[in-house]
Every structure is written in C-alpha cells, then in structure tokens.
Design a protein around this ligand. Structure first.
Ligand SMILES: [Mn+2]
Length: 333
C-alpha cells in the first residue's frame, strides 16, 4: 500500500451546505475552508424581487461558489397551493416567477415540500442519543393525537388533485426555463397528520407523483435519507431506491441524516450515532453514479459562540465528506 496513492476517480456527488442570501464574508470563508464549493440558497420572499438576488449570486460566484439550487420557504411549503385555496393561482404564478429568476442565473433546481405546516416534530430536546445538545425529537403517537389544523380534513384524493393542478401549471415552465424541481417527502413520512393527508411518504407515493408529472425530466427526488430511516420498512427499500433512482438521474439532492430508531419514536442524531450504517448508504450512492448534491439535513443546536448554524453543520459535513472519500477509495481505489 502506497500512502501517496489517491482514489482513481472521484464520484459525481457534490457536497454542499445551505446558506442565506446575506451570508457574511466570514461565513463564506468558513465554508470555503471546509472544502465546499456548492451552495443551497434559502431565500425569503422579499428577496425574489429587486436586485438583491442577482447581487448575492454574483458575490457567491466571485467567492468561487456554485449555487446549485435555490428555494423560497413560503413558496415551497405553501398553504394556498397545497390545500387549493382561493389565491392558489397567484401563488403558483409567484412560484413560476421564481423559476424564471433562478433560470436567469443558471440555477439547476428548486425545491418543493408538500406540507403546508412544515416538518412535524414533538419537541427539540436533549435526548438519550444527542450528546447533551438539543435536537429534534418525534413521537408519532403524540402527532397522531393532534387535532385538525384546518376547519376540515383534507383527504388523499384532494391533496393529489391539488398537486396535479400545480404540476400542470408549473412543469411546462420548468421545462421551458431549464430548471428542475426536487420534491422532498412529508416529514415524518406518515399518511396523514393534523387532518391533512400527505402527498409523498413512501417509494410508492413518489412513483405516483412521477406519474402525475408524466415522468417529466424536470422533476426529481430530494432523497431525504432521514425520512427513509424514520419510516423504516413502511417507506420502501432505501438501497434499491438509491440504485433505481440514482441510475436514472432522478435524485437531485440527498439529505444525509441518521436517526436513533424508526418511528414511532426517534431522535435526530449524529451520522455515526443512528441506527443506520451511513457508510453502507454512502457506498450505494457512489455506486449508483448519481451526480446529486448532498448535504447534512439538520444539525443539533449550535453552541453559543461557536459559529452559529454553519458552525453546527461543520463537523457532520466533514464526517460526511470523510465517508464519501472512503467510499470512493473502496469503490474506485
Ligand atoms: Mn430532509
């Protein structure tokens, strides 16, 4: 064995971190020093108009970064669009305007998560497996006991019809502007919560979504490993999905996250502390040949004075990059 020997080939996977448009110069310096070149841009609605967006992208570019994807929270998790409310056409128009804006800067994809109230968790707490830090905790029994969020229930057929309505308007625009859309599962992936049916909570439901999209090449999966692990066998077969969707180019983004156990109760933990062997998962991703971006999904609370959100992302991102190098070494070495 020669210590000067590096793997023969790098995988196409692209590690990245999330940033806000107003990330400080020091934050960008810190990200660059982590060996990260790709950014996932999280935008406020107010940043979609005016010059701020273009100025921000230019600044990222001048600092040597590639913004691979961008999304606005209010548009990707949008109550009017998801529930089919009166003003949904205006919101869909705003979504399309954002697609056009992203296209003008060559951004590869935007995101969608069909859950009007965002991810559902029971608590953020210091758990049994969180090494003294506050992290997200989920108890399915507690969530299932919750009352309706809206005045009435929204069933699966209605939610799917609302998605179809959105897809019919948006997909031709995505295709025209050359921007893709990565869909994230409902988190946690359970069929219904708080009186609202989920759209995407399993491999089968993803295939149903793709059918609604006529298998458009503009639509893909945000493969949240965390969601797969939360739902366990109920979700599908993670390794065969990585192979199938990775080989077919359907995975646009990977959320690399581990949990302490499958539902009904889990804690979000460090990559090395969860129930899944994340090295096995990384090797499957590399073998699939996917060129997805890959990032740490959530991190435990930052420690005061130690770099805020990006500080708490640094260690798990480094660990993830280490697993990626090890996988490349084992597979291509
Ligand atoms: Mn995720």
């Amino acid at each position: 064995m020669d210590i000067r020997e590096f793997p023969k080939k790098k995988s196409a996977l692209r590690p990245e971190v999330p940033v806000l448009l107003n990330a400080s110069d020091n934050e960008l310096k810190f990200i660059k020093a982590m060996g990260i070149e790709h950014l996932s841009l999280v935008l406020k609605r107010s940043e979609l108009s005016g010059d701020a967006f273009h100025i921000g992208i230019k600044r990222f570019r001048e600092n040597g970064f590639i913004v691979t994807n961008a999304a606005c929270m209010e548009l990707q998790k949008n109550r009017a669009i998801h529930l089919g409310l009166e003003n949904r056409d205006d919101e869909i128009e705003a979504f399309i305007d954002a697609v056009r804006l992203f296209s003008s800067e060559g951004i590869e994809f935007t995101s969608l998560a069909w859950q009007p109230y965002g991810i559902l968790r029971t608590d953020k707490r210091i758990g049994e497996h969180t090494r003294g830090q506050r992290a997200l905790y989920c108890d399915e029994c507690e969530i299932m006991k919750r009352s309706w969020r809206e005045e009435r229930e929204y069933g699966e057929d209605e939610i799917l019809a609302n998605f179809s309505y959105f897809a019919k308007a948006v997909i031709p625009e995505l295709e025209r502007y050359g921007v893709k859309m990565a869909i994230h599962p409902n988190d946690p992936p359970i069929e219904k919560a708080e009186g609202i049916a989920s759209l995407f909570y399993s491999t089968a439901s993803f295939k149903r979504i793709m059918k609604e999209c006529n298998d458009s090449k503009a639509v893909g999966m945000k493969m949240c490993i965390g969601c797969y692990l939360e739902a366990g066998d109920r979700y599908g077969d993670l390794l065969s999905d990585i192979k199938e969707f990775g080989e077919s180019g359907r995975i646009l983004c990977v959320h690399f996250r581990n949990v302490s156990s499958p539902l009904p109760v889990f804690e979000e933990v460090l990559i090395e502390d969860g129930y899944a062997n994340m090295y096995t998962i990384m090797k499957a991703l590399v073998k699939s040949g996917t060129d997805a971006v890959i990032s740490i999904d959530h991190a435990a609370d930052a420690v005061e004075g130690y770099g805020g959100m990006i500080g708490s992302f640094a260690y798990p991102t480094g660990y993830m990059k280490g697993l990626l190098s090890a996988a490349e070494n084992e597979i291509y070495g």
